[in-house]
Ligand binder design. Structure first.
Ligand code: C5P
Length: 399
């Protein structure tokens, strides 16, 4: 069995085609559990899907096929993939906003399973800015959007809005299932955010870093089935719920925490912007502003290089935030620090990098090869990066 697909069927004429999709998903080896929105129930019945899938088909958020068990939580936990097919404009709006109004949209906010949406609607509704913004929001969160095709739609118009072919939807679901399993059984350690080196009790020496990239890597690794340790410097972000989060302040604390966590890890991703220098003798009293101040700084120890040296079997990926000669500088760091791979980004650009929700990186590998990850949300960049790093690690079952 490939896993459980929880399939939301929503209010579109193409709801009749959801029956074929459900059958083909079962032929591909999935267990299929269907939720109908109220709109979908105007076109197709729960009985149809119950007969096809052998599972109860649910509609209302309070449906309880097993008395005393909350199905929206059980199904959210059991799901390996969430598929919305067809996805109406209203369903996309509910999902984008995280509104839990019926059984499927409630499961969607309770689940960490990857989401696949296959929109089908009138071409004007599909091209409407609101619909496109909702699709962008879902894509940015890592959802796979199976684009509708162009053709004659039920209302008599011609344009983009027809539900994609069944096979394309099944393939996207298989891709999502593979992604959600890619890191199953592995342990991933991620450093994120800046470090803070105390000058005195109220002042610190730190780096510009929001921590968003590292947190996105932790979130993506969890979605792909890994056990994740997130070692984070001070940030304003909320860690992903299932991460084992360890909070540190200084580079030295981050190093100790990383060496500890990497003992039984399979992958170490160093996304933290570690301070390169730390005050030699932090003052115990507040420094007063009486004239010039000279502070002696000592270099911090390189965390990623130390980890790579200490654990030669571990796959280690660093980051290189550069402002010029990005690739050459990153390749030099890859060699110098003994890394398996390095993700290089140009932080002189304001549309990516620091504080931005988007990033664009070039991943350089030890064997001289490289891949480009085009500009996308940090979560999507994180997913692509993890997909690229997985072949460097031991195959599944050997961990
Ligand atoms: O040398 P630079 O700071 O540009 O290298 C960046 C990479 O090295 C990042 O992966 C960062 O997390 C890591 N690093 C580290 N310890 C340091 C400095 C940087 O792990 N002290």
């Amino acid at each position: 069995m490939k896993g459980v697909v929880v399939m939301g069927v929503t209010g579109s004429v193409a709801a009749y085609r959801a029956a074929d999709v459900a059958r083909d998903l079962m032929r591909a080896g999935f267990e299929v559990r269907v939720c109908l929105s109220r709109g979908a129930a105007e076109f197709v019945t729960a009985t149809l899907f119950e007969a096809l899938t052998g599972n109860p088909a649910l509609t209302d958020a309070f449906d309880e096929p097993k008395p005393g068990r909350m199905a929206h939580i059980d199904w959210a936990r059991d799901a390996d993939v969430l598929l919305v097919c067809p996805a109406s404009a209203n369903a996309l709006a509910r999902l984008a906003a995280g509104r839990s109004e019926d059984m499927f949209s409630t499961i969607a906010v309770a689940s960490t399973a990857p989401l696949v949406v296959a929109p089908a609607m009138n071409p004007e509704m599909f091209s409407h800015e609101a619909t496109q913004q909702n699709l962008k929001a879902l894509r940015d969160r890592g959802a796979i959007v199976v684009e509708p095709t162009e053709g004659d739609v039920a209302c008599g118009e011609h344009g983009q809005g027809k539900l994609a072919p069944t096979q394309v939807i099944v393939e996207a679901t298989l891709q999502a299932a593979m992604r959600s399993d890619l890191y199953r059984g592995t342990r991933v350690v991620v450093t994120a955010g800046p470090t803070a080196e105390p000058l005195d009790p109220v002042r610190i020496l730190t780096n510009r870093s929001s921590g968003k990239m590292g947190y996105a890597i932790a979130r993506a690794a969890i979605q792909m089935g890994a056990e994740v340790v997130l070692i984070t410097g001070p940030t304003c972000l909320t860690p992903p719920p299932r991460a084992d989060t360890r909070r540190v302040e200084t580079a030295s604390e981050m190093l100790t925490s990383a060496l500890n966590a990497c003992q039984n890890a399979d992958l170490f991703v160093a996304a933290a912007a570690v301070a390169d220098f730390t005050p030699k003798e932090p003052r115990s009293d507040k420094i007063r502003r009486d004239g010039d101040l000279t502070v002696e700084l000592a270099p911090t120890q390189d965390i990623v290089a130390t980890v790579a040296e200490k654990f030669p079997e571990l796959v280690v990926c660093g980051f290189a935030a550069e402002v010029s000669e990005v690739e050459a500088a990153a390749r030099a760091k890859l060699e110098k620090k003994g890394l398996s791979a390095i993700a290089a980004n140009d932080v002189s650009r304001s549309d990516i990098g620091f504080d931005s929700d988007d990033n664009e990186v070039t991943v350089l590998f030890r064997d001289g090869s490289k891949i480009e990850i085009p500009r996308s949300s940090k979560l999507v960049v994180a997913m692509r990066l993890l997909e690229a790093l997985r072949p460097l690690m031991a195959p599944p079952g050997k961990n």
